[in-house]
Design a protein around this ligand. Structure first.
Ligand SMILES: NC(=O)c1ccc[n+]([C@@H]2O[C@H](COP(=O)([O-])OP(=O)(O)OC[C@H]3O[C@@H](n4cnc5c(N)ncnc54)[C@H](OP(=O)(O)O)[C@@H]3O)[C@@H](O)[C@H]2O)c1
Length: 297
C-alpha cells in the first residue's frame, strides 16, 4: 500500500474554540499571518469558513472540525472552562510544541492531565468580546499575559497589535484575576446587576465578605498583594468596568451554563486543601448552581 502523502497543513498558531474571544483573536491574527480555528464540529467549521461577522467586517477563517485537524506549532485554548478537557484532547491531536489557555478560572491541572509531556500553561487576558447573534463584537482592548515558555505566542499576538507579553510571575497574576472573578462575577450573576453595583448596597456586605474570605486563601497560594492592595484592585476593576455585564451574568441571562466551577469552585478547592471553610463563597456557589439549573430547565 502506498504511504499517505497528504500531510495535514501546519500552522504556527491554532486557536481551539471559535466563540467570542477565539474569533476576535483569530480575526486580528489572520490579518497578519496564518492562523487556524478549531470549531466544535465539522458543520460549524464549514459555517465559519463561509463567513462570520466579527466587529464591522465579515471574517472567513481557516476553520477546521475535530475530524480534519491540521498540525500546529502553538495552541491557544479559548473554550468555556467546562469544555477544557475536550479542547485539550483536540489540542494534543494538533501535535503542538505547547498549549496555553487564556480562559478564566484555574484550568491548568485539567490541561496538564490531558496533555502529558507537551508543555502547557495558563495565562490571562483582559481583552473583551461578546457573542452578537451569529457573530461576535469586540468589547474593548486589554492586555494578555502569558506564562514563560510561550514567548513565540506573545510575539504572534504582538504582530497582530494585541497587547501581549510573557509575565514571569504568571501564577500570582492568575490568582489576582481569580480574586476579581470570585468576588464580582457571582454577585453580578445572582443579583443581575452591572459590575459597578456590586460596590453598592444591598450587594456591598456580600462583596466585603467574599473579599475577606478569598484573600487569605489566595495569599497563601502566592497572591502578591497585601489585603489593602487586593481590596483596592478589586474595587478599581468593579468601578472601571462599572457599566459592564460580567460574563457570568451574561451566561445566566442567556440560560447558559456558567464557569462557576472553574472560578468559585477552584477557590473552594484551594481552601479545602488548606483546611479553611469559606461559608460565603460556598453559599454563592450553591446559589449560582440553582440559578443555572432554573435557567436551563
Ligand atoms: N469573552 C470575553 O470577553 C472573555 C474575556 C476574558 C476571558 N474569557 C474566557 O475565555 C474563555 C472563552 O470565552 P468566550 O466568551 O469566547 O466563550 P464562548 O463565546 O462561549 O466561546 C467558546 C467556544 O468554544 C467552542 N467549543 C466548545 N467546546 C469545544 C471543543 N471541544 N472544541 C472546539 N471548540 C469548542 C464553543 O462552541 P459551541 O458554541 O458549539 O458551544 C464556543 O464557540 C472563557 O473561559 C472565558 O471566561 C472571555
Amino acid at each position: 500500500m502506498l504511504p499517505d502523502t497528504k500531510a495535514a497543513p501546519r500552522y504556527p498558531l491554532v486557536i481551539v474554540g471559535a466563540g467570542a474571544l477565539g474569533l476576535n483573536f483569530a480575526a486580528r491574527l489572520a490579518a497578519v499571518g496564518p492562523v487556524a480555528l478549531i470549531a466544535r464540529s465539522e458543520a460549524r467549521a464549514a459555517e465559519l469558513r463561509a463567513g462570520v461577522q466579527v466587529g464591522d467586517a465579515i471574517f472567513r477563517p481557516q476553520a477546521f472540525g475535530p475530524d480534519s485537524l491540521p498540525a500546529a506549532d502553538w495552541v491557544i485554548v479559548l473554550v468555556k472552562t467546562y469544555d477544557t478537557a475536550a479542547a485539550a484532547h483536540t489540542a494534543l491531536a494538533l501535535r503542538p510544541r505547547g498549549v496555553v489557555s487564556l480562559q478564566n478560572g484555574l484550568v491548568d491541572d485539567v490541561l496538564r492531565g490531558v496533555c502529558g509531556s507537551v508543555p502547557v500553561g495558563q495565562g490571562i487576558t483582559t481583552e473583551g468580546a461578546f457573542r452578537d447573534g451569529a457573530g461576535v463584537q469586540p468589547a474593548g482592548a486589554g492586555e494578555t499575559l502569558l506564562p514563560p515558555g510561550f514567548e513565540a505566542v506573545a510575539a504572534r499576538l504582538q504582530e497582530a497589535a494585541i497587547a501581549a507579553r510573557v509575565e514571569p510571575q504568571i501564577a500570582a497574576a492568575r490568582l489576582a484575576k481569580l480574586l476579581m472573578n470570585v468576588v464580582i462575577n457571582p454577585l453580578a450573576a445572582i443579583f443581575r446587576v452591572p459590575n459597578g453595583a456590586v460596590l453598592e448596597p444591598p450587594q456591598r456586605p456580600l462583596f466585603d465578605a467574599l473579599l475577606a474570605e478569598a484573600w487569605p486563601v489566595l495569599r497563601a497560594e502566592g497572591l502578591a498583594l497585601d489585603e489593602a492592595a487586593a481590596r483596592e484592585r478589586v474595587i478599581a476593576v468593579a468601578r472601571a468596568t462599572g457599566a459592564n455585564r460580567a460574563s457570568m451574568l451574561q451566561d445566566v441571562l442567556a440560560g447558559r451554563r456558567t464557569e462557576i466551577d472553574a472560578i468559585t469552585g477552584s477557590l473552594l478547592a484551594l481552601a479545602e486543601r488548606q483546611g479553611t471553610e469559606l461559608p460565603t463563597h460556598r453559599a454563592v456557589f450553591a446559589l449560582v448552581r440553582v440559578i443555572e439549573a432554573a435557567g436551563r430547565a
